[in-house]
Ligand binder design. Structure first.
Ligand SMILES: [Zn+2]
Length: 146
C-alpha cells in the first residue's frame, strides 16, 4: 500500500467522504441529492413513506415511487463523535451523528453540520443540506434551521 502524499508540513490533504455505490434501487436517491433535492419513497397502495430505498413498501409490499420531501426534520437522538482514527472521519472531529425524523415520517441516520456539536439538541429543527462525494452522488446532511 502506497503512502498518501503529504504537504511540506507533513499534513496529509483532507480525504473526501466515501462515495456510495449506486444500484438500481438507490440511484434515484443519490442522483436527486446531487441535484440538491431530498427524495423519499412513497407507497402507491398505502401511502407510507420510507427510506432507505427498497424495491417494495415495507408495510404492505405495494409498489413505491420517488417523491420530493420537504427537507425538514427534527433531531430524534444524537451523539458527538470525538474519537475516530479512520480517515476521512478523523479530519472532521468532533462531529455529530444523529437520527433525524423527516417531516414525511422516515427516520434517517445522518450528520448535523453548520453548528457546534454543543449546540445540537433533541427536538432541534433541521433542514437538509447536500455534500457532493462523487460526480454522480451527494450525501444528505442536516443543518439547524435559521
Ligand atoms: Zn404500502
Amino acid at each position: 500500500m502506497s503512502e498518501e502524499p503529504r504537504s511540506a508540513s507533513g499534513e496529509r490533504p483532507p480525504k473526501p467522504r466515501p462515495a456510495p455505490i449506486l444500484d438500481p434501487e438507490s440511484a434515484p436517491y443519490w442522483s436527486a441529492a446531487h441535484e440538491g433535492r431530498l427524495v423519499v419513497q412513497h407507497c402507491q397502495r398505502c401511502a407510507t413513506h420510507q427510506l432507505y430505498p427498497r424495491d417494495r413498501c415495507l408495510s404492505c409490499r405495494g409498489p413505491v415511487e420517488w417523491v420530493e420531501a420537504s427537507g425538514g426534520g427534527t433531531v430524534y437522538s444524537f451523539t458527538v463523535i470525538r474519537q475516530n482514527h479512520t480517515r476521512p472521519f478523523r479530519d472532521q472531529l468532533p462531529y455529530v451523528v444523529a437520527l433525524v425524523d423527516l417531516e414525511e415520517g422516515p427516520r434517517v441516520m445522518t450528520n448535523i453540520v453548520g453548528c457546534e456539536p454543543e449546540d445540537v439538541h433533541i427536538d432541534m429543527r433541521v433542514h437538509a443540506s447536500f455534500e457532493a462525494v462523487s460526480d454522480q452522488a451527494s450525501i444528505v446532511l442536516f443543518a439547524p434551521n435559521p
